[in-house]
Design a binder for this molecule. Structure first.
Ligand SMILES: Nc1ncnc2c1ncn2[C@@H]1O[C@H](COP(=O)(O)OP(=O)(O)OP(=O)(O)O)[C@@H](O)[C@H]1O
Ligand SMILES: [Mg+2]
Length: 234
């Protein structure tokens, strides 16, 4: 790399947030927040209930627009894009594990996982093969034809993780992905998620209250007063 390039050009973060400000319900939830996540690395975000962790992930995914600041995903300024362009960028580059699953109850487990990739891929057979593989990796292959409405909370949570991974995203945002899981299932999900940055050079941001999950991340950040503070690094 040329040493004459200015710092802004040499920045390699696949996910970057600068000066994010977000107000909701009369509160300033994000207050000039900065975050840089290089490819192949993971960040855990902790903080008390209501401090703004889910709001932050929604801004990073381009689901919510901040009142100030920019979010760049895989080189695209998602905050400057139109709503339809934001949706397209999200589909192409972001995998989101929602705190409450956000699965479609009328679809089977396999269909829920395959859906986002079917929307952007012309190869449905390959998508279903990968969806089956992910269900197996998450220990829920036996549920592939089950209506999602009949699954337990922990089974839905694993399904939500599989769905976020189906399109091989550059950025994975996971909101308490192990909150409804017992020790063994939580470890399996955490192992799968934290292996991804190394395997695929993606960026991973995990919101979690579980110290055993947070300590797997390359950096642990706490959301305090609308900004991220660094707790420690490996
Ligand atoms: N649409 C909304 N209208 C009003 N207030 C909102 C809205 N969305 C979020 N808030 C408020 O913003 C704050 C941050 O909410 P957020 O869901 O981001 O917190 P969180 O850190 O994810 O909490 P938890 O750990 O409980 O999931 C809370 O006080 C919440 O009540
Ligand atoms: Mg939340």
């Amino acid at each position: 790399m040329s040493s004459s390039l200015p710092a802004a050009v040499t920045s390699t973060a696949v996910l970057s947030a600068r000066g994010l400000r977000y107000q909701v319900g009369g509160r300033t939830v994000l207050d000039g927040l900065d975050l840089e996540v290089p490819p192949g690395t993971s960040v855990a975000v902790t903080g008390p209930s209501g401090c703004g962790k889910s709001s932050l992930l929604n801004c990073l995914a381009g689901i919510t627009l901040p009142s100030a600041g920019t979010v760049t995903v895989a080189g695209h300024d998602i905050t400057a894009a139109s709503p339809s362009r934001r949706a397209a960028l999200r589909l192409a580059h972001v995998g989101m594990v929602y705190q409450f699953g956000e699965l479609l109850p009328e679809l089977t487990a396999l269909e829920n996982v395959a859906l986002p990739a079917l929307m952007s891929s012309a190869r449905p057979r390959e998508v279903y093969r990968r969806a089956e593989e992910l269900l197996g990796e998450l220990g829920i292959a036996g549920l592939r034809t089950s209506p999602t409405a009949t699954l337990s909370g922990g089974e839905r949570q694993r399904l939500a993780v599989a769905r976020a991974l189906i399109a091989s995203p550059d950025v994975i945002l996971a909101d308490e992905p192990t909150g409804a899981l017992d020790g063994k299932a939580a470890r399996a999900v955490a192992e799968l998620l934290f292996a991804l940055p190394g395997q695929r050079r993606c960026a991973l941001v995990v919101v979690t209250h579980a110290p055993a999950v947070a300590e797997r991340a390359d950096a642990v950040l706490t959301l305090v007063g609308g900004k991220l503070e660094r707790e420690g690094a490996r």
